[in-house]
Write a protein that binds this ligand. Structure first.
Ligand code: SF4
Length: 251
């Protein structure tokens, strides 16, 4: 486990490492370099090749990390698999079940799962993983970066039996227009950060906040992003918007 600077979580639980690019939101995936770095460190300080722009195709399970949440007694929010996609098509269901069983046992924690693979999410939560969909300590989320790829993910999530559903609208790449927030419990919005970050316009953000307010959905503004995210900060209209999901109301 490791601490995370992600504002909406506390610790990351990277049980699975590796992924492949899937949609425009993946273009500047930070996880590629992180996984390369971990692999080099594990191999006696091998230098990380520069630049690292794509995945190797290797996806691996780290069984030694399976018990991490069970060993932590303090109730904590965990971002599950920040260096992979829990619903990647190459991940065997046994790995997913192993992780979900730990989440079921460690019911004093909250687990935040996020995917771009809405078809797999929909198939598995309506099928082989259905028994986990209703757990009160798992938040099932989809990433939404644009209209073409992102909006169908919201519909796919809505039509699963997930008890707690959330959206990570990051990196926001265009105006999303009207979005259907029915059955959605929490929305996070943010811009891309890093040396090749794509810009996010303020006029794309306000309509999302307004739609959340109208629908009674908590809205969390994560960051403006850009090449210097410390400088751009995370104020919207001069204040932070850190509405968190009152999980006990949903659960
Ligand atoms: S799904 Fe996530 S981890 Fe996988 S390539 Fe895309 S951004 Fe990276």
């Amino acid at each position: 486990m490791s601490r995370t600077s992600i504002e909406w979580s506390e610790l990351v639980w990277n049980l699975i490492l590796g992924c492949s690019k899937f949609s425009p939101g993946c273009a500047n995936c930070y996880a590629i370099r992180e996984v390369a770095r971990e692999r080099c460190e594990a191999h006696e300080g091998l230098a990380i090749p520069k630049p690292v722009r794509n995945w190797t195709g290797l996806i691996r399970f780290v069984p030694a990390r399976l018990s991490e949440p069970l060993r932590r007694t303090k109730p904590t929010k965990w971002f599950v698999n920040s260096l992979s996609d829990f619903f990647h098509e190459a991940i065997p269901i046994e790995w997913q079940i192993a992780g979900l069983e730990v989440m079921r046992m460690a019911d004093w924690h909250i687990f935040q799962i996020l995917t771009k693979r809405e078809d797999e999410l929909h198939r598995l939560l309506n099928g082989d993983l259905k028994e986990y969909a209703d757990l009160p300590n798992i938040m099932w989320g989809v990433s939404v970066e644009d209209r073409k790829f992102g909006l169908p993910r919201i519909d796919a999530l809505r039509t699963t039996p997930a008890r707690i559903r959330w959206l990570s609208i990051e990196p926001l790449l265009e105006d999303l227009g009207d979005i259907n927030l029915e059955g959605i419990h929490w929305v996070v919005v943010g811009g891309e950060s890093g040396p090749t970050a794509r810009p996010m316009k303020e006029e794309w953000v306000w309509p999302l906040k307004e739609q959340c307010e109208a629908a009674g959905v908590p809205f969390f503004f994560k960051q403006w992003g850009g090449t210097n995210k410390k400088q751009t900060g995370r104020l919207l209209g001069g204040r932070t918007c850190d509405e968190c999901l009152p999980i006990e109301e949903v659960a």
